[in-house]
Design a binder for this molecule. Structure first.
Ligand code: C5P
Length: 233
């Protein structure tokens, strides 16, 4: 998945050109969605892209349900909520998504965000007041996400083996925090290379800046795809 973290449709479209024919998913997150809105999502669907709408919904159950009902009408393929919103919120989100999916359509995959890949143990313990290791928290959240009937989680690739052990092989893992060798870490902490992420069992890897901010994005994407093609399915 390529994260289209751009300020608007014009900038995003410059990048979309390089994705044509590669079969990659696009991830539309808050920055682009809040600027370009549902129309941009519909346009990308019309172009044939699979879309992960990364809006990380976190609200009271009734609002999460309504948000998901609206989102389902966009025909996207995957969407997410924060696991920290709790079981009732996640169940309501799933119900909203089911209700909003057009008759005969397929419900988008619903994924729970565990701990952001920019979060460290110190931040989690000292600022958020959550004790223990990040791994322990991620596995606890993953179990909760599964109990709420969601399809998988967003986590660091480093946590994938523990998640699969706790929730089973078919429970999906979507992993940002990917940095090909020699690229900038930026604000991410719990990172691996694309190859390592798939070796650890990730189902989907999410890459933003390592492609979008590369001197030659097309080449960067090509190199990454070459490196991981043995894992493609
Ligand atoms: O540029 P970079 O590859 O770090 O982008 C990662 C993308 O994944 C960003 O769009 C970010 O919002 C998203 N993401 C993340 N960590 C999560 C969930 C989503 O980095 N836990």
């Amino acid at each position: 998945m390529v994260a289209l973290d751009f300020p608007g449709a014009v900038e995003a479209d410059r990048c979309v050109g390089i994705l044509e024919g590669t079969g990659v998913y696009v991830k539309i997150g808050m920055q682009l969605y809040y600027a370009a809105g549902p129309d941009y999502v519909r346009q990308m669907k019309e172009k044939g892209y699979s879309i992960f709408l990364d809006l990380k919904v976190h609200d009271i159950p009734n609002t999460a349900r309504g948000a998901m009902q609206s989102i389902a009408g966009l025909g996207i393929d995957m969407v997410n909520v924060h696991a920290a919103g709790g079981r009732k919120m996640m169940e309501a989100a799933r119900e909203g998504l089911e209700k909003g999916t057009p008759a005969g359509g397929k419900r988008p995959l619903l994924i729970g965000v565990t701990q952001l890949t920019s979060t460290t143990r110190e931040m989690m313990n000292d600022e958020l007041g959550i004790e223990g290791s990040v791994e322990e928290c991620v596995v606890r959240y993953a179990r909760l996400v599964q109990q709420a009937g969601l399809d998988g989680v967003v986590a660091s690739p480093k946590e994938v083996p523990l998640i699969k052990e706790a929730c089973g092989a078919s429970f999906l893992t979507v992993t940002p925090g990917i940095r090909p060798k020699g690229t900038d870490t930026g604000d991410q902490h719990r990172i691996t290379t694309p190859e390592e992420a798939f070796k650890l069992g990730s189902d989907f890897i999410v890459i933003g800046r390592a492609i979008t901010q590369a001197a030659n994005p097309k080449q960067a994407l090509h190199d990454i795809l070459e490196g991981v093609k043995q894992y493609a399915n």
